[in-house]
Design a protein around this ligand. Structure first.
Ligand code: ADQ
Length: 460
């Protein structure tokens, strides 16, 4: 039976895994032989040629350290200051430094070199995300003939955003060296197919196009999900109840509107608070009866654009508080701290509205977690951006254009006024979709398409 090798930028650390993805992939590796490969999280003086193999909480992990310079160019540079903003259609926030690409390739080559000696010929390799687009090329150049799959957790860009990325032709050639490329949504498959079939000839010219042959690359959407049963259980757990009790004591019977995000410009946080500001301005009856809690811990905060987003959000929250607060009432709470899953599940469950309004998002797992945490007898309402991959599987949400703060504000009003029967009806549809698209099945579907007949051995 073939082994599964998972490759991602960071290997999972010790202790309880934070995200559903790490838990699901651990489960895959718990049922199968294999290991997880990636960066250790450590920075060194000298590039490291060999991986260290360790057992971390029962999981075999092979990891390499990176030099500070390489890590900066590869991670904060090319991955998160060029690829991330471009793939999220924020070319205005991209910064281009040509030496970053060299670092990006160097790290991918280092990963391939360290991984290659660990591979058996029939290992199935699953590479995750935009940090590692060139990995299959680098492995193939070293002679790997394994089945190699790539999963992009973020959206695939439109062709013109792709052209703004330095070395996009090489990157697309790298994509063509995978056996399977998985995207979050049909929208991404369509953008990729459009690029592969129609856009490339006029851009690269006839000769270059002969060089990019996508005919051996299978492409499909594999919408990721959460572990809805686990969230549903957590939301009814003592830890969640404690959080709910604490919140109720402070809020009384005010309706809670909840946002939970990494502090990232793709999440549409300033627009979201502006929509809430309009809600209060246009509906005086709601003042004192509603409260927005936004949880947004800093992320990638060495990057200037992230600091600026944080400053903008501080300013908007301050403005709304200054304008609407009373000595004994405040319209919003903004917390720059992460919470554990039990507390989050409690917050999700007590929130009358889950406000998930990214400007663009691969999937958005907060939407899934919010749905799974609801009380079936009295569920809340999901207000969801049309530009999250989640919009494709959650048509029963109130879908909004997050750039249109009037529309979002009106959706908030509708959500707050929605009768119980309609809330239940919509939630049942949402919960059915969250169950269908759970994270365990997602991993199995991807692996089964990459290596048919091998994925579910021993998994259920
Ligand atoms: P992210 O951009 O990180 O992920 P998302 O899917 O919403 O976005 O969330 C990831 C996880 O982080 C969720 O499980 C959530 O609970 C947790 N989280 C977020 N904010 C938190 C907070 N304040 N406190 C505690 N936990 C918090 C990328 C892509 C997404 C895609 C995922 C998975 O950008 O589009 O859905 O990968 O593929």
């Amino acid at each position: 039976m073939s082994r599964i090798v998972i490759v991602s930028n960071r290997t999972p650390g010790k202790g309880p895994a934070a995200g559903g993805l790490a838990v699901a992939l651990r489960k895959v590796l718990g049922n199968r032989e294999g290991f997880w490969f990636g960066w250790s999280g450590k920075l060194t003086e000298q590039p490291q040629a060999e991986a260290r193999i360790e057992d971390i909480d029962g999981l075999t992990v092979a990891q390499v350290d990176l030099t500070r310079e390489d890590h900066h160019a590869y991670y904060a540079g090319f991955s998160n200051s060029i690829l991330w903003p471009s793939f999220h259609l924020r070319l205005d926030l991209a910064t281009i430094e040509s030496y970053w690409y060299e670092g990006y390739r160097r790290v991918n080559a280092q990963f391939a070199k360290a991984l290659m000696p660990l591979l058996r010929p029939d290992d199935i390799i699953w590479v995750h995300d935009y940090h590692l687009i060139p990995l299959a090329s680098e492995l193939r150049n070293l002679g790997a003939r394994n089945r190699i799959g790539f999963y992009l957790h973020i959206p695939f860009p439109t062709a013109d955003a792709l052209y703004a990325i330095p070395h996009h032709a090489e990157l697309m050639r790298d994509v063509s060296r995978y056996d399977l490329v998985g995207f979050q949504a049909q929208r991404d498959v369509a953008a990729f197919t459009d690029f592969a079939q129609h856009q490339a000839p006029s851009t690269f010219g006839a000769r270059a196009i002969e060089a990019i042959d996508f005919s051996r690359t299978d492409v499909a959407a594999f919408p990721i999900g959460s572990d809805p049963e686990a969230f549903s259980r957590l939301a009814a757990s003592p830890a969640a109840k404690k959080m709910i009790h604490r919140m109720r004591r402070s809020l009384g019977d005010q309706a809670l509107i909840l946002g939970v995000d990494r502090l990232d410009y793709s999440k549409g946080l300033p627009q979201r608070v502006e929509a809430y500001e309009k809600l209060l301005a246009n509906n005086p009856r709601l003042r004192r009866n509603v409260h927005l809690l936004q949880v947004a811990p800093p992320s990638r905060d060495t990057i200037k654009e992230y600091q600026e987003t944080s400053d903008t959000l501080d300013a908007i929250c301050g403005r709304v508080m200054g304008h609407f607060s009373e000595p004994d009432w405040s319209p919003l709470t903004y917390v720059k701290r992460a919470y554990g899953q039990p507390s989050l599940a409690g917050l999700y469950r007590m929130a009358r509205v889950g406000l998930v309004t990214p400007l663009r998002d691969g999937m958005n797992l907060v939407a899934h977690e919010y749905v799974a945490s609801q009380d079936p007898a009295d569920p809340g309402v999901l207000v969801l951006s049309r530009f999250a991959g989640a919009a494709e599987i959650f048509p029963e949400a109130l879908l909004v254009n997050p750039f249109d703060t009037d529309e979002t504000s009106e959706a908030l009003r509708m959500a707050l006024d929605m009768p119980l029967e309609e809330r239940k009806e919509r939630w049942q549809g949402l919960m059915a979709a969250a169950r269908t698209h759970n994270v365990d099945d997602w991993a199995l579907r991807f692996l089964d398409r990459l290596a048919p007949g091998t994925a579910d051995a021993g998994s259920h």
